[in-house]
Design a protein around this ligand. Structure first.
Ligand code: F6R
Length: 241
């Protein structure tokens, strides 16, 4: 694992943005795996700024997001599709038909999962996957106990995840209890991975990712087995490493 230490959230976001921008310059038809949540927001803002300064273009970029809540349609402000539109897609020159998220209101959710995997395969796999880290060690919505060989699937969210994500909803009862998520195996097939981690509330989890045992009880520990992972983390998140 490569480790990039940064002073704070803003510098973490800038480092991640710089790395992504470099890949956009060198890859011909970049395929990016993207995450939602609070962690990548600053990176997305930095990418929008770079686009506005005409330093990067997304014209040839294809994206696949990690996950989506079941039951939330694209126009629901809490859906991840809405998050991506607001935080990135509507501000840049990406072709809408090249952006992908699992559809959480598909009539056949199982088929949605196999179709999603097929779409990733059809474009030759993901070049660079961006990940955030759950305080319980989840990556995407692969909760503790998930099989390492899992692919895109329907999952139940752990109580810790419902608690953590309640901040975006009016009440905890409104947080969907299920999601569609890329599996650990799907994530591990990405050619390159960056894991972004910020804040002292992630310090214990990050120490486990870097120094802990590789175990399905702590999903992100599998990243130790990938041959091209860069962890970009701020001082607060690295406090226990
Ligand atoms: C989001 C995702 C999740 C988050 C994680 C951290 O698409 O897959 O695994 O990356 O829950 O969330 P934040 O960044 O809000 O702390």
């Amino acid at each position: 694992m490569n480790l990039v230490k940064t002073k704070d959230y803003d510098t973490m976001s800038e480092e991640a943005c710089k790395l992504l921008a470099q890949r956009l310059h060198t890859l011909t038809d970049p395929v990016l795996g993207l995450a939602t949540g609070s962690t990548p927001e600053g990176m997305y803002q930095c990418l929008i700024n770079q686009y506005n300064q005409q330093q990067i273009s997304f014209k040839n970029v294809t994206t696949f997001n990690l996950d989506e809540y079941i039951g939330l349609a694209a126009d629901d402000p809490n859906s991840y599709q809405y998050f991506m539109n607001e935080n990135l897609f509507k501000h840049i020159d990406i072709q809408k038909n090249k952006t992908h998220l699992p559809n959480g209101v598909a009539t056949d959710l199982k088929k949605e999962c196999t179709d999603y995997e097929q779409k990733i395969t059809d474009v030759g796999g993901i070049d660079l996957q961006v990940l955030g880290l759950g305080t319980n060690g989840h990556i995407a919505f692969n909760e503790p106990g998930t099989d390492f060989d899992g692919r895109t699937d329907i999952v139940d969210l752990a109580q810790a995840t419902l608690d953590a994500n309640a901040r975006f909803f009016d009440s905890i009862e409104d947080v969907p209890t299920q999601a569609l998520t890329m599996g650990i195996q799907s994530i591990m097939e990405a050619k390159e991975i960056i894991l972004l981690v910020s804040g002292e509330h992630k310090a214990e989890a990050l120490a486990e990712v870097i120094n802990g045992d590789v175990t399905e009880a702590f999903p992100a520990s599998i990243l130790q087995k990938h041959n091209n992972v860069t962890v970009i983390a701020d001082e607060a998140a690295l406090a226990k490493v």
